[in-house]
Design a protein around this ligand. Structure first.
Ligand code: F6P
Length: 322
């Protein structure tokens, strides 16, 4: 393998830049030529590909987002789009690609592996932490710390006015962000996509809290929870129990900001590991970190096998908010 490319795809995540830097610097160290593809699969289809060197990734380790720009590509879902992308990679003599992204990115990469002789190795880049084959995804640690900073501020105003706040966090169909933010933020309750939501249970938490002298309540709601998010819960609480609440949807704030040390280190390690995997002829796999070791997991398993929420963490929310 002499020429490789790197791209970022899907929702950007803090630490993606550290990962790109790891890929580029490892390539340079191993004497490979390395190319950057802009705007994920979209740029691949359009041939937006440029050679990079060690200096192309100077001073980016501390910045959020991705210097390569990211995109969600409809065109790559078609065979025609994928053929064009492969054709463009070949024009640059690219034999291997590092794909930094989440499950959507790996679905696409899996197809490319099947349909071409270009090797693809993935790095888990998503704030959602929902990929099997790695304890943590790049961006997750920063996202939960960002959400936590917001919740701490909300607690200041909530406790000053004895109010109920419903704080909605991201995570798509996974509750990792919500659960850990709820524990670290001292939330009174949490609603997750993985567990059937129940407005009455939330009401009971509030009642019990009141009996124990609590005036302030913060409920963390995952955007993908089964009741339909924080606004839906607020409407139900009002309609069924006459309870007024204040809703804060944290949204894309969770995707931005300077990556934490953990995300910089994880991104760097996995970027280097991905290049080394390509050099060892790995293909169709994601590199991840499990119990401190670098492991390879097939693209298919990263999204088909489900990384489980730690149910013990869920009971912690109840115990700690008593
Ligand atoms: O997958 C990362 C993520 O931020 C999810 O948590 C969220 O549901 C989604 O992306 C939002 O996507 P977009 O930025 O395309 O609206």
């Amino acid at each position: 393998m002499k020429n490789i490319a790197v791209f970022t795809s899907g929702g950007d995540a803090p630490g993606m830049n550290a990962c790109v830097r790891g890929v580029v610097r490892a390539s340079v160290n191993h004497g490979l030529r390395v190319f950057g593809v802009k705007r994920g699969y979209e740029g691949m289809i359009e041939g937006d590909i440029q050679e990079m060197n060690a200096r192309s990734v100077s001073n980016i380790i501390q910045s959020g987002g991705t210097i390569l720009i990211s995109a969600r590509s409809e065109r790559f879902l078609t065979k025609k789009g994928r053929n064009k992308a492969v054709e463009n990679l070949k024009r640059f003599g690219i034999e291997g690609v590092v794909a930094i992204g989440g499950d959507g990115t790996f679905h696409g990469a899996e197809k490319m592996v099947k349909e071409s002789d270009i090797a693809v190795v993935g790095c888990p880049g998503t704030i959602d932490n929902d990929l099997y084959g790695t304890d943590f995804t790049i961006g997750y640690d920063t996202a939960i710390n960002t959400a936590l900073g917001a919740i701490d501020r909300i607690r200041d105003t909530a406790s000053s006015m004895d109010r109920l706040f419903l704080v909605e966090v991201m995570g798509r169909h996974a509750g990792f962000i919500a659960l850990e933010v709820a524990i670290a933020g001292g939330a009174e309750g949490v609603l997750l996509p993985e567990i059937k939501g129940d407005t009455e249970a939330v009401y009971n938490v509030l009642l019990t809290g009141m009996e124990k002298g609590k005036g302030t309540n913060i409920i963390v709601v995952a955007e993908g929870d089964q009741l339909g998010g924080a606004n839906a819960l607020a409407a139900e609480l009002k309609k069924r129990f006459g309870i007024k609440s204040w809703v804060t949807v944290l949204g894309h704030i969770q995707r931005g900001g300077s990556p934490t040390a953990r995300d910089r280190i994880l991104g760097s390690k996995l970027g280097v590991a991905a290049v080394e995997a390509l050099m060892e002829d790995a293909n169709g796999i994601m590199v991840g970190e499990v119990n401190g070791n670098i492991v390879h997991t097939s693209f298919r398993d990263t999204y088909r096998k489900k990384k489980k929420l730690d149910k013990k963490e869920l009971s912690l929310v109840d115990i700690l908010s008593s």
